[in-house]
Design a protein around this ligand. Structure first.
Ligand SMILES: NC(=O)c1ccc[n+]([C@@H]2O[C@H](COP(=O)([O-])OP(=O)(O)OC[C@H]3O[C@@H](n4cnc5c(N)ncnc54)[C@H](OP(=O)(O)O)[C@@H]3O)[C@@H](O)[C@H]2O)c1
Length: 354
């Protein structure tokens, strides 16, 4: 099959590679569309860090298939798969792109059978490809790290939550899940995204570049804000999110490790969605609880999709499928992504067809 691979010198090239083998609990997916995440360019430039985390199992010189997020159809089931998934079913999910010879920027991939979403006909494959990394991460932040109410058991007493970076992919779904959980959602973004984010139900929104943004959020929440998801978690956001919280402090769910200390009354919990797969990632261990949480999140998100309760973020489809990957990675690496998800249709790749 054709796949976009990292090479030992950090460049990206299209290669003919083997279709990955289907393990007993795996599912083979024919990828229709794949969406890009920051990790797709970051991991390629941080190979030594990954090697340090993963040890000898990560060979620095071998090519790896890029891409985590995908939508596609089930092509084959492993012999021990017990879910009621069938060949031909439409699904969305994610894999460990850039770490293994199994990635989303390819014609086929194998996925563990507890980590994918049932994609209803109301969602195109292109829109559906953006779901998994962002939705599972949002679930991990809201429910595992912060212990907040889920859409299955919405709060009836008011709870304020700050979703910092509402126009990011993770922010887009964190806002929707928090609203479905009954919370009052405050977010930050560039003003050009305000109208769209209001359609998701956001209660108040602030410009993240406003020098007084933290003081304004602090005042809006009467100095009592206790919960925040920091969907950016770098640069000045640790300070700003911490300053937005109430005088008595609170808890921040971060999606990158904070590189600076925040005030002592603020607790920061970092999570990594890779843990939900059932494979440890360096110092981030997996556990039965993590796998159970992944399974539960799959069911919750699939149910919300079937009920028409989630809305996709705008997508930007590159014209030449996998051949466009180097251009798309460069666009993202240079910081141009703003309120959009980069998507590749595999059949648009020159030489391939649907
Ligand atoms: N822990 C995990 O498991 C996990 C999972 C997924 C992602 N991540 C990490 O999370 C980060 C975000 O990923 P993503 O895919 O959601 O990002 P993304 O969609 O590519 O982020 C782009 C958005 O970030 C916003 N932004 C940039 N700087 C900001 C700031 N200082 N304040 C508020 N918003 C800001 C931009 O907003 P405007 O255009 O409105 O200015 C833009 O819309 C990445 O570092 C990624 O590696 C971690």
């Amino acid at each position: 099959m054709l796949a976009a691979c990292t090479t030992h010198d950090g460049t990206v090239e299209l290669r003919q590679v083997d279709v990955p083998k289907v393990g007993p609990r795996d599912v083979l997916i024919k990828v229709i569309a794949a969406a890009q995440n920051p990790t797709d360019w970051k991991l390629n430039s941080q190979k030594t860090t990954i090697r340090n985390l993963m040890g000898d199992s990560f060979n620095l010189t071998d090519p790896k298939i890029i891409g985590c997020d995908y939508a596609g159809v089930v092509a084959k089931l492993g012999e021990s798969v017990t879910t009621n998934i069938k060949i031909g079913d439409r699904i969305a999910g994610w894999v460990f792109g850039s770490i293994e010879m199994n990635g989303a920027f390819a014609e086929y991939l194998v996925a563990p059978s507890h980590m994918f979403l049932e994609l209803p006909l109301s969602w195109s494959f292109e829109d559906g490809s953006q779901l998994a990394v962002a939705c599972y991460t949002a679930c991990q932040c809201l429910y595992q790290s912060l212990g907040l109410p889920s859409p299955e058991n919405p709060t009836t007493t008011p709870i304020d939550i700050l979703i910092w970076g509402g126009s990011s992919s993770v922010g887009h779904f964190a806002i929707q899940l928090a609203k479905l959980g009954g919370m009052r959602v405050i977010t930050t973004a560039s003003p050009k995204h305000f109208d769209r984010l209001r359609t998701l139900g956001v209660d108040e929104i602030f410009d993240h570049r406003d020098p007084e943004v933290a003081q304004k959020i602090h005042a809006f929440t009467n100095g009592k804000l206790q919960y925040a998801v920091d969907c950016i978690s770098e640069g000045s956001t640790p300070q700003l999110v911490s300053d937005s919280l109430g005088l008595e402090g609170g808890t921040i769910s971060s999606i990158l490790v904070y590189k600076m200390a925040v005030r002592p009354e603020v607790k920061v919990i970092h999570s990594l969605a890779y843990q939900l797969f059932g494979k440890s990632f360096g110092s981030y261990p997996t556990s039965t609880e993590m796998v159970e949480f992944g399974t539960k999140s799959s069911k919750l998100i699939s149910k919300l999709l079937a009920e028409g309760k989630l809305t996709p973020a705008p997508i930007k489809i590159y014209p030449s499928g996998l051949a466009s990957v180097p251009e798309g990675l460069e666009y993202m690496k240079s910081g141009k992504v703003s309120g959009e998800k980069i998507v590749y249709r595999i059949a648009d790749t020159p030489g391939l067809s649907a």
